[in-house]
Structures are given as structure tokens and as C-alpha cells.
Ligand binder design. Structure first.
Ligand SMILES: [Zn+2]
Length: 235
């Protein structure tokens, strides 16, 4: 009788042990990127070796400063601000990149840490005005001392961003405000950097608000493309 009870207790312990082992294995597999994709296909991937321990800086456009572009109703009440779109995407990009293994920092528009910033890559996230137009655009510093590196970053954005979001490149609207963006002049000149206008608050509102996860995927895919390319450059 006593023997039977002991047997039963050890059997219960064995089951608990097996279940916890399975759980641990599942967690390890997920963290290594072996998880199943979700229905939308935008579930973040696991650790990416090119991103591992790399430093990624994101500027949440207008954060700590002003609201950026706004959409207003007929009475002038503000319906949507660029700054809230930028902050939401920056948060989602940071999540994805941290999951890939990168060390991510989200900076304000005029963050003190921009002065002399050394990072493996910087992207400043902005969105365009509330007009009925659609498309993204990206720019690098007009006077960069690392033009080849920055052009590789721009090429990765032009590859990955439209692929994830379905947006097309908005032509002929890259301004001096972008190519002479203040942060480009403040960071360490060897830090690869780009500014991205993720779409228009007007024509692309549904994407920027309702499908921010896809926008974030576009940005993080561009960052991963760039980090993978740089890894290939330095054997
Ligand atoms: Zn802006």
C-alpha cells in the first residue's frame, strides 16, 4: 500500500518533469527563431547573427520637441499627429530588433545623446504631411564622409521597406531638410545614418495607424539587410 503511493508520487513527478522540459525546449527553440509564423506573417524572427550585439539607434521623430505634421478636422481639432505615429513604429522596431539580438536605443528628436553618437546604424523615423498623397522616401547626409556605407543603407531601405509595406517611393520630394538633417551633423561622422519618411499621414493613414506592425517590419528588415551586408563587408 505504502509502496503503491510512493510509485504514484514518483509518476506524478516524472510527468511534471517531462512537461517542464518540453516547455524549456519550446522557449529555447522560439528564442532561436524556430517559432511558427503567425497568420499575418509579420511575427518577428528570432536571433539574427548579423544583428547580435550590434548597436541600433532610432530617432522617434519629433519626440520631446513638437508634434510634427498633424491631421485636423474641419474645426481645427487635431485628429492625428506625426509624433505619435513615429513613437509607435519606433517602439515596434525596437522590439523586433531586440528580439533579433541587437542593442537598441530610442532617441528624442534633439536627444543630447546624438552628440558624437557612435552606433552601428541610425534611422530617424518620420512621416509626411496630412495631404492626400502616398509613398515613402529616404535620404542620407548630403556631405557624408562614408558615402558607400550610407548608400548601402539607403539601398536596403529601398529594398525592404516597399516590400513589407507595399508603398512606392515618392519621387522628387527629398528636401534639404532631409539631406541636411540636423542629426546627421551631430552624430559621429562614421555612424551610418538615414532619415525615413514612412508615408503620408493623409494618403497612407490606414497603413501608418492600423498596420504599424508592417511598417515596423519594413524598417527592421532594412536594418537587418544593412547589418548583414556590413558583416559581409568585414570578414
Ligand atoms: Zn517629421
Amino acid at each position: 500500500m505504502r509502496h503503491d503511493a510512493l510509485n504514484q508520487v514518483s509518476r506524478i513527478f516524472l510527468v511534471i518533469l517531462l512537461v517542464s522540459l518540453a516547455g524549456i525546449l519550446l522557449i529555447i527553440a522560439q528564442s532561436l527563431g524556430f517559432g511558427l509564423p503567425d497568420a499575418s506573417g509579420i511575427r518577428p524572427q528570432g536571433v539574427v547573427s548579423a544583428a547580435w550585439n550590434r548597436q541600433v539607434a532610432l530617432i522617434s521623430g519629433h519626440a520631446g520637441s513638437d508634434s510634427g505634421a498633424v491631421c485636423e478636422d474641419a474645426n481645427g481639432a487635431i485628429l492625428l499627429t506625426e509624433a505619435e505615429i513615429n513613437a509607435n513604429v519606433a517602439r515596434l522596431v525596437a522590439e523586433r530588433m531586440r528580439r533579433a539580438g541587437a542593442d537598441v536605443v530610442i532617441l528624442d528628436e534633439y536627444d543630447a545623446r546624438l552628440q558624437g553618437l557612435r552606433s552601428d546604424v541610425l534611422i530617424s523615423l518620420h512621416a509626411d504631411s496630412c495631404i492626400d498623397a502616398s509613398g515613402y522616401k529616404a535620404a542620407i547626409h548630403a556631405y557624408t564622409i562614408i558615402p558607400e556605407v550610407n548608400r548601402r543603407l539607403l539601398a536596403c531601405i529601398d529594398d525592404a521597406y516597399p516590400a513589407a509595406t507595399g508603398l512606392t517611393h515618392h519621387p522628387n520630394t527629398v528636401t534639404h531638410n532631409m539631406t541636411e538633417y540636423h542629426a546627421f551633423r551631430r552624430i559621429d561622422p562614421n555612424t551610418p545614418a538615414a532619415i525615413l519618411e514612412m508615408g503620408f499621414l493623409g494618403g497612407d493613414r490606414a497603413l501608418l495607424t492600423g498596420q504599424a506592425a508592417m511598417v515596423a517590419k519594413g524598417v527592421s528588415d532594412a536594418l537587418l539587410c544593412f547589418l548583414e551586408g556590413e558583416k559581409a563587408q568585414t570578414p
